[in-house]
Design a protein around this ligand. Structure first.
Ligand code: NAP
Length: 306
């Protein structure tokens, strides 16, 4: 393959504009060749409202990156794989585990790349935390993932609809880091979900996993936002991940962090996967979300309005 890889971006909304468009523009590996969105467009890029039309008119676009919310994503992904395109999925990779397994089978049969991305795993300090915990036994850990939904998802009602996952939409980012850096797997022991009386999905979650791991996800945090994780090992090591995984401190020492930002690193990985004809679909974070929805106690919380 020579020259940049042509990619179409589907679902031109908050994350497409904030992260995907600039990351593609900054990379020599990629060319944004088309967009598909019912309303959104990107200046200077051919835009379509229907995925079938874009695919039919652009046989040279080999990769489609899907940035729409999880519930509508499966149909778009299946259409693209059937049309012989490589597919990149925003997190969470789907609305259910079964539909992502189905996509994985389709991609395998078609010999196409499917990349279920976890942008927080690419945060700059995650590799350092993983290295610090490698070969150790984690005695306890705590996650605080507390942000203001009104700031980060303004007016996005889909997050409170079935399949939108509520506070587990950002929470799955923490779980994607947890499942990346822990030397041994853990599973949920108990949880409490607070769901606004007028909504379908939780706005707060308190979780206890095996291995002495606890987590608090809160979508009503005002003021300073908090995306932090602390790990204590049986050797007495303390590993802190802050800023959503972008800073790492081990035993009071700042650790060297990766160079690339989260989305540039995702597109670099996708380019490698496409060139190698490989797939990367790790559903471990989504298994935890599914378990949280299955096992947790429910508490009805006050109504939520934007
Ligand atoms: P968004 O802005 O609400 O949605 C993205 C775009 O998808 C919308 O602008 C809309 O474009 C299209 N869309 C929405 N519902 C659709 C439907 N039912 N059918 C077809 N198209 C639909 O959401 P977002 O914040 O960008 O999030 C999208 C994904 O990125 C989510 O999975 C989210 O977890 C992930 N993500 C978000 C953030 C964040 O900070 N917001 C950060 C990282 C990852 P048109 O109206 O033009 O079709």
């Amino acid at each position: 393959m020579s020259g940049p890889i042509k990619v179409a971006l589907v679902g031109i909304g908050k994350i497409a504009v904030d992260q995907h468009v600039p990351s593609i523009a900054a990379s020599e590996d990629w060319e944004l060749a088309a967009t598909v969105s019912r309303a959104g467009t990107v200046d200077g890029v051919p835009s379509y409202t229907e995925i079938d039309t874009m695919l039919a008119e652009n046989p040279d676009i080999g990769v489609v990156s899907l940035c729409l919310p999880p519930v509508p994503r499966f149909d778009y992904a299946a259409t693209c794989l059937r049309a012989g395109r490589h597919v990149m999925l925003e997190k969470p990779p789907g609305a259910t585990l079964a539909e992502v397994h189905a996509l994985e089978d389709m991609a395998q049969d078609a010999g196409k790349t499917l990349f279920a991305t976890w942008h927080s795993r690419m945060a700059k300090g995650v590799a350092a935390a993983k290295a610090a915990l490698s070969g150790k036994t984690v005695e306890s850990a705590h996650i605080d993932w507390k942000e203001n939904v009104r700031q980060w998802h303004p007016g996005q009602d889909w997050v409170f609809e079935p399949g939108g996952m509520g506070v587990l939409d950002p929470g799955i980012n923490a779980l994607s880091i947890l499942t990346e850096v822990l030397p041994d797997p853990v599973h949920l022991k108990k949880g409490v979900l607070h769901t606004p009386e007028n909504r379908q999905t939780p706005i707060k979650a308190n979780l206890t996993f095996t291995g002495g791991i606890t987590a608090e996800f809160d979508w009503l945090k005002e003021g300073e936002q908090m995306w932090e994780m602390t790990f204590r090992t049986t050797d007495g090591d303390l590993v802190y991940l802050m800023e959503g995984g972008n800073a790492c401190v081990v035993n009071d020492q700042d650790m060297a962090v990766s160079e690339l930002g989260e989305y540039p690193a995702l597109y670099a990985r996708m380019a490698d996967l496409v060139k190698a004809g490989a797939r990367d679909v790790d559903l471990a974070p989504m298994v935890h979300v599914s378990d949280i929805m299955t096992l947790s106690r429910r508490i009805i919380a006050p109504a939520f309005e934007w």
